[in-house]
Structure formats: C-alpha cells, structure tokens
Design a protein around this ligand. Structure first.
Ligand SMILES: [Cu+2]
Length: 220
C-alpha cells in the first residue's frame, strides 16, 4: 500500500516538472507599477493586456468569476476586473438590505432590496466601465471594468500588479483607474519568455470616501 502511494507521488512530481518547463518556454509575465503624478503608489489601477496576435482561451461561462460583497454598508472590493461575458455575484453580508444598481451603458441593472445572496449572478457581457451604487446608501461606491481579455490584474496598496502566464506575443497594454482624469494612452508591447517590468504614472483625483452615518439598528 505504501509502495503504491509513493509511486503515485513520483508520477505527480514528473507531471509538475513537465508543465513548468512548457509554461516557461511559451509564456511570460508582466510586472506593472502604477504611481500618481506625485510619485505615490497607486492602488486599484487596472492593468490589462489585450492580445493582438494569437487567440485567448475561451471563457468559462459556467462559473462565477467574481464576487462583490456588501459589508458594513460598503462594497468590497472597490474595483473588480472581469472578462466580457463573466458572471458576478453580489452577496449581501449585512443584516440589512441593499439595493444595488448601475446606470452605466456597459451594464444597466438593479438588484432590488435584498438580503443574503441573490438567486442569479449578473452577467457583464459588454466591455466598458461600470459604476455601481446602492439606492439606500448614497455613499456606497464600486466599479467593474469589463475587458476583452483574460490577461489582467489590479494594483495592490504598493502599486504593483503582476499578470502571470501570458502567452508570448503582441499585446495592447491599457491602464485604467476609477478616479483617473484621463487614461494614459494604450500602447503595444511584446511579451516573451521573461518578465516585463514597467511603471505607469496616472493622473487621478484622490478618492474621497463619502461620509457614512453611524449604524442605527432602527434605520437602514
Ligand atoms: Cu446599501
């Protein structure tokens, strides 16, 4: 019994080595840093690589790609990036109801006053920028960027975003931020077998978190 077990492990290890060798020969990665014009790390910037050569693998349509929660009367996360056609869940983790909506042309919808998890996820099928709000809580604010590519990442608090496993080829590189004054122009880059590192300065209006009234159990 023990011998068979060890044998299975050895096979699994071989497979991992083979897959790693394949990936390093045909795919690279992008390490991007976003900064504000005064040199500070910029969080919540979307970094997107749209393929200009070759074709991207098909989208998994039967799977929910992202979850945007309502927690403590705020949306979390502030920015979500999905590929066009992806389904997104809007679970309400609060003991009160929310009423999520968007008037953005890329995705108009509303989930009327609800608690818990809505029965159906929302499908974001058009590329574009979607601003989310809540009818009950004016200060709630979040964004969805819908893109025509499976290769994207969002910058963390340190301004860094890494897109892994990008097949070698030509791409259009785009940066976007919900609070940008004007987006930097898209540019063409090559991804090869090694990691590409680059930095992008973005002109953004600082995020002003809207005031939230104290929690009142008798009100919303
Ligand atoms: Cu709300």
């Amino acid at each position: 019994m023990i011998r068979i077990h060890a044998h299975a492990h050895a096979h699994a290890a071989c497979l991992v080595v083979l897959l790693a060798a394949c990936a390093s020969a045909q795919a690279g990665s992008l390490d991007a840093t976003a900064k504000t014009s005064d040199g500070k790390a910029l969080e919540d910037a979307a970094v997107v690589l749209e393929p200009l050569s070759g074709s991207a693998p098909p989208l998994h349509t039967g799977r929910v790609a992202a979850s945007i929660e309502q927690r403590d009367r705020e949306f979390a996360p502030y920015l979500t990036i999905v590929r066009a056609g992806a389904a997104v869940d809007f679970p309400n983790r609060d003991p009160i109801k929310h009423h999520v909506y968007s008037f953005s042309p890329a995705k108009r919808f509303e989930i009327k006053l609800y608690a818990g998890k809505p029965a159906q996820p929302e499908v974001f099928d058009k590329p574009g920028e979607v601003a989310l709000g809540c009818n009950i809580h004016d200060w709630m604010e979040a964004y969805v960027l819908v893109v025509n590519s499976p290769y994207f990442a969002k910058t963390a608090a340190n301004g860094h975003a890494v897109i892994h496993n990008v097949p070698a080829g030509r791409y259009l590189l785009r940066f976007w931020h919900p609070r940008q004054k004007a987006g930097p122009p898209a540019r063409e880059i090559m991804i090869g077998a090694t990691q590409v590192r680059l930095e992008q300065v973005m002109d953004v209006v600082p995020r002003i978190v809207k005031p939230k009234p104290a929690n009142d159990a008798n009100a919303y």
